[in-house]
Design a protein. Sequence first.
Length: 391
Amino acid sequence: MSDSATDNGDGTRQGSGFPPGDGTRAVRAGLPEPVKHEPTLPGPVFAAHFHLPGEATGPYTYGRDENPTWTLLERAIGELEAPGRDGVETLVFASGMAAISSVLFSQLRAGDAVVLPSDGYQVFPLVRAQLEAYGVEVRTAPTGGDAQLQVLDGAKLLWIETPSNPGLDVCDVRRLAEAAHAQGTLVAVDNTLATPLGQRPLDLGADFSVASGTKQLTGHGDILLGYVTGRDTEAMAAVRRWRKIVGAIPGPMEAWLAHRSIATLQLRVDRQNATALILAQALRERPEVTGLRHPGLPDDPSHKIASQQMRRYGCVISFTLPTRARADRFLEALRLVDDATSFGGVRSTAERRGRWGGDAVPEGFIRLSVGAEDPEDLVADVLRALDESAD
Ligand SMILES: Cc1ncc(COP(=O)(O)O)c(C=O)c1O
């Protein structure tokens, strides 16, 4: 993994404290300067409008445009997505889809071409149909193998999701961004699965890092949130305008909960991701498990590129059981893993992805999101459920 930290191998780091480590950055991200008698993280500001005598100037005028609780959260996410970079802006949204749509629909016009993943998040076919209805030419390419290069010619925007959900394929962001920029194409990366502690798309050359904050970023399965971090001032102005027009804004309570949750991001990510690798290694020994994927497994098809551009490999693993019935029995036998969609939370979840009908996966395909349980408990539960679900 390409991590600049000098790791002692026992969970501690060497160094002067500068640049600070991920845990330090996460607990302090976006905090205001301390003010006597004020809380460390000011509480949520519930306001539809703000006092505004005289000229209608910012920063806070109307609650659909700006909110002080968003400002602190946007600063926090920006510090994690693009530490030390000037001119980068972050905008928060009501959900990951609101953030994704804000980039696509603010940047693309009738007659433009866009490249989307053919194996990305399952709402993309709906997005595709909407873009086509507006006269945008949509081309698709699978995530693995940098196949996007074949369909890039003349596109206005390249959209990549790496690692992809649920297949966990990875593409070479640096290589794709270089090729895209050589012909004036903007690049957006869905950074949901990796989180900003796992991957920093702007450092790899992307123009936008876009994510669902519903998943591991906030990690408790209790809020929906999205964000866009971008470095192109004009493009981000259009994204901001889109948020104002559509009004897909997070509530102050959600924004505050998200900020509070980011303080434990490094702890959660390191625990969950380490257990995901342990579980993947245990599953590898099982004859009924095929198609096992996790970018952290040294022999995974994604591992080589992932190790060059990711600092952590995520908490999601995927694999296939022989039949749909076997997969259903397995899910039912699990005690520490909830049968639920979504991923990234502190409580493990798993689902038979084929039940939605939107992903090109086998009937027995399972996506499992590893939580913060003790690794030995979780591995024992999964292996027991495999035994109990056998024919
Ligand atoms: C990779 C990815 N991007 C975006 C989204 C959409 O996020 P949200 O559900 O917060 O709208 C999801 C949701 O599962 C996702 O997995």
